[in-house]
Design a protein around this ligand. Structure first.
Ligand SMILES: NC(=O)c1ccc[n+]([C@@H]2O[C@H](COP(=O)([O-])OP(=O)(O)OC[C@H]3O[C@@H](n4cnc5c(N)ncnc54)[C@H](OP(=O)(O)O)[C@@H]3O)[C@@H](O)[C@H]2O)c1
Length: 352
């Protein structure tokens, strides 16, 4: 019997060169869905894995974390979807049948949500990883949390909407995909002021998403601290560092109030001499397929379509890189040099 095949972009070995090849089309297990991928978003982790050889040991590897497409086949126990539904889902690092740089992938039923009418595949593919990252960092209930949690009540759950009115919060790096998701979720949580750092050309847009104050990220740490103190004299009990750089983590930790918590998207880079017992900082991991994060992931994806329909959560700006999966290669070069407030997207079905 000839197995059906698809095109996939492989990283053949550690530090290797991405190459298009073929892969089988996978069969969904009982609780899984096969997705025909129409749009995949590019992420810093994709070039990070290739450049630094991090996170993966098994090669050849398939990467790709932000996915939108149509349901092609359903596992026997799947009830939330039918064939042909337009869905968004998150890829999983290290699981090559669940990665987005190919034409078909598997995902768990609980890790997908229908895309509302009026939202394109490209727009939908800008969001899953940023949303999962911000949600895990801010709203994990703490049970077996990887690294830690800010322990907030999710705004999509009973009692979470507007719960934190009158409380200030700081998002370092608000213009990235993760930062934009965080600002929007924190607005739903009721925080105010929502202060963020970004390049000032992004200020108007970030204010539309929910930031109340945007501070120029290129100011010195002392100047950023001074700006924040002009905005609020209340203690900053929760800080999310959505950039995760050594300078942002150290700035965040300096600003964090006693008893406060700071989540960072990259490994802990707070100088050891700064650390004090009553200020928590942690590195979080967005993988909602892991048992520790599944409860949060399930609750987020269950409510996601409604949040998107109501425009409570809006997609990032899109820039499509042409040439199907081959486009990932120049796309990641561009991303590595730095993009501002935009998500690069490829169309796997257009691969030659
Ligand atoms: N731990 C996890 O599970 C996890 C999950 C997802 C992502 N991440 C990591 O999170 C980071 C952000 O990911 P992303 O997808 O949001 O990236 P992105 O969309 O490529 O973010 C780019 C943005 O970063 C901003 N930025 C750069 N340096 C900054 C600084 N010093 N201060 C404030 N903002 C700064 C820029 O803002 P301006 O354009 O305004 O200058 C730019 O718009 C990456 O390192 C990624 O690997 C971790």
């Amino acid at each position: 019997m000839i197995m059906p095949e698809q095109k996939a972009l492989y990283l053949p070995e550690k530090f290797g060169t991405f190459t298009v090849g073929t892969a089988p089309i996978y069969k969904p297990a009982q609780d899984e869905v096969l997705v025909k991928i129409e749009a995949t978003g590019l992420n810093p982790a994709d070039w990070g894995i290739q450049t630094y050889g991090m996170l993966l040991e098994k090669y050849p590897a398939i990467l790709g974390l932000d996915v939108a497409g149509t349901v092609e086949e359903l596992g026997a126990n799947v009830t939330r979807f039918k064939k042909g539904d337009r869905v968004l889902t998150k890829g999983t690092i290290g699981k090559y049948d669940r990665s987005g740089f190919q034409q078909y992938m598997l995902t768990y039923e609980f890790m997908a949500a229908k895309i509302p009418d009026g939202m394109s595949f490209d727009e939908a593919a800008t969001m899953p990883l940023g949303l999962c990252t911000s949600a895990v960092a801010l709203y994990h209930d703490g049970v077996n949390a990887i690294g830690g949690t800010c322990g907030l009540t999710p705004p999509w759950e009973e009692g979470g909407r507007d719960k934190y009115q009158g409380q200030p919060i700081l998002v370092l790096g608000g213009a990235g995909a993760v930062g934009q998701a965080a600002i929007q979720l924190l607005k739903l949580s009721g925080f105010g002021p929502i202060i963020t750092t970004a390049s000032l050309h992004n200020a108007d847009y970030l204010k539309k998403l929910g930031a109340t104050h945007v501070i120029d990220r290129k100011l010195s740490p002392e100047a950023i601290q001074a700006e924040i103190r002009k905005i609020t004299s209340k203690p900053l009990k929760t800080i999310f560092d959505a950039a995760g750089l050594p300078e942002t983590q150290n700035l965040g930790y300096d600003l964090l109030a006693s008893g406060g918590t700071m989540a960072a998207v990259r490994p802990d880079a707070v100088k050891p001499e700064k650390k004090v017992a009553d200020k928590k900082s942690f590195f979080m991991y967005a993988d909602v397929s892991r048992p520790e994060n599944r409860k949060l992931g399930t609750s987020l994806f269950a409510k996601l379509t409604e949040l998107l329909e109501r425009r409570d959560l809006k997609p990032n700006f899109v820039e499509v890189v042409p040439n199907g999966l081959e486009g990932v290669i120049p796309g990641l070069e561009k991303l590595k040099k730095g993009v501002s407030c935009v998500k690069l997207i490829v169309h796997p079905q257009e691969t030659q």
